[in-house]
Design a protein around this ligand. Structure first.
Ligand SMILES: Nc1nc2c(ncn2[C@@H]2O[C@H](COP(=O)(O)OP(=O)(O)OP(=O)(O)O)[C@@H](O)[C@H]2O)c(=O)[nH]1
Ligand SMILES: [Mg+2]
Length: 385
């Protein structure tokens, strides 16, 4: 009997590897993050992934690596100097230059990833205009946004939240990373810039995992159609995270670190699509793989689950797993630590009160039973045996 050649699968794979992605960083923070990412992804040709930074601040654009295309806008209004933290100016500048901004989408791409740090003037004002343009052109967009630290003030946070409200209708899926979460990423005192880099690095590693999943051929391959399935639709929340481990770690440890991102609180309970890809050396055991897969499936009972496996001989005993899940609740504004403590104390008081009430009720019940039992001649403790 002739064995059938898997021609169809091969063609699919080639197609998937041909897809082109543009990563757009908007404003200062967006530019910083994509600059970090471009360093991580330097092995991918610019034919596959290209980077473009959009800003009103020409000096900020000039400081970016040469691998990033720069796209200044709004010079009439801002003279190339930024918006001075004024998102109304950012919005106005984008609206005035809307025809020029369309050029960001002039070359055809299969997917756009928008990265913007909300709270300042340019990112907050211009991102909703850019996502609206993308929606009008029927483009697939994943949005990744950071929200400001709580100490930066309510005004900035409100502006960021308002922008998210405008943006989310116009993107397939969006992820919100609160800068406030950086506090839980380190115990040590850290400079402001280094702290931002902690988040930027983590996000870059996650995105690196996603893009490798798309581009590297897999033993169990995730193809472009799979990614499209995950991000199909509009206004979906997204959770993208990675975990690095050793093949000696337990499935429990690995899944826990995958599902507990330090920068994004998320639960898989109501997720509708979950894609995860395992990149590992030859030593990865089938048992570990199946246990991890089972745990993820158990946690997201209603989701369509897409699983991929990429072998990387350089990895030896290392494992990197990347997860992308859509449509579940995300925490956009994390509570301040003090608030958390306050809540915990309140809950403890609540529990204690309940325990006292229950104890009292039990005592009353026991007393009543004793009284009832006392009418029998045989002592209660003998009857209970
Ligand atoms: N995670 C992260 N957040 C950043 C970074 N840079 C700035 N931010 C945050 O993003 C908010 C907006 O700052 P920028 O991105 O510099 O502002 P912009 O969009 O360039 O706007 P203007 O400079 O006011 O025109 C800040 O309040 C910070 O909370 C970064 O590199 N990483
Ligand atoms: Mg700026």
């Amino acid at each position: 009997m002739k064995t059938k050649k898997p021609i169809a699968k091969k063609e699919e794979e080639i197609d998937a590897k041909k897809i082109r992605i543009r990563i757009v960083g908007i404003g200062g923070g967006g530019g910083n993050i994509i600059s970090e990412l471009s360093k991580k992804l330097k092995d991918f040709s610019s034919q596959k992934i290209d980077f473009i930074a959009v800003n009103t601040d020409k000096q900020a654009l000039a400081s970016l690596p040469k691998t990033i295309k720069t796209f200044p806008f709004g010079s009439n209004l801002t003279k190339g100097l930024g918006t001075g933290r004024n998102f109304e100016i950012g919005e106005k500048a984008a609206k005035e230059d809307v025809e020029k901004l369309k050029e960001v989408f002039k070359e055809e791409r299969d997917l756009y990833i928008f990265v913007s740090s909300l709270g300042g003037g340019t990112g907050t004002g211009a991102t909703p205009i850019l996502t609206k343009l993308a929606e009008e052109m029927n483009l697939d967009v994943i949005g990744i946004f950071t929200t400001p630290f709580l100490f930066e003030g309510k005004k900035k946070m409100d502006a960021a939240l308002k922008a998210i409200e405008k943006i989310k209708e116009n993107v397939n899926a969006y992820m919100v990373l609160p800068n406030e979460k950086i506090f839980s990423m380190t115990k040590e005192e850290i400079s402001f810039t280094d702290s931002l880099n902690l988040l930027n690095d983590h996000l870059s590693e996650s995105l690196d995992g996603l893009l490798r999943t798309i581009y590297l051929p897999g033993l169990i391959n995730i193809d472009w159609a799979d990614i499209k399935t995950i991000i199909e639709g509009k206004n979906k929340t997204a959770y993208l995270n990675f975990a690095k481990a050793k093949s000696t770690n337990s499935a429990e440890e690995i899944t826990n670190s995958l599902l507990k991102s330090p920068i994004l609180k998320y639960s898989l309970d109501n997720a509708d699509n979950v894609m995860f890809n395992v990149e590992a050396g030859k030593n990865l055991s089938l048992q570990l793989l199946s246990q991890i897969s089972e745990k993820i499936s158990d946690l997201s009972p209603n989701a369509k689950i897409i699983f991929g496996l990429t072998q990387n001989i350089k990895f030896k005993n290392d494992i990197k797993i990347t997860i992308l899940a859509t449509n579940s609740e995300i925490e956009i504004i994390p509570k301040k630590k003090e608030k958390k403590k306050e809540k915990k104390i309140k809950e403890e008081v609540e529990v204690r009160k309940n325990a006292l009430e229950i104890k009292e009720e039990e005592q009353k019940k026991e007393k009543k039973e004793d009284e009832e039992e006392s009418i029998y001649e045989i002592p209660a403790y003998l009857r209970k045996k």
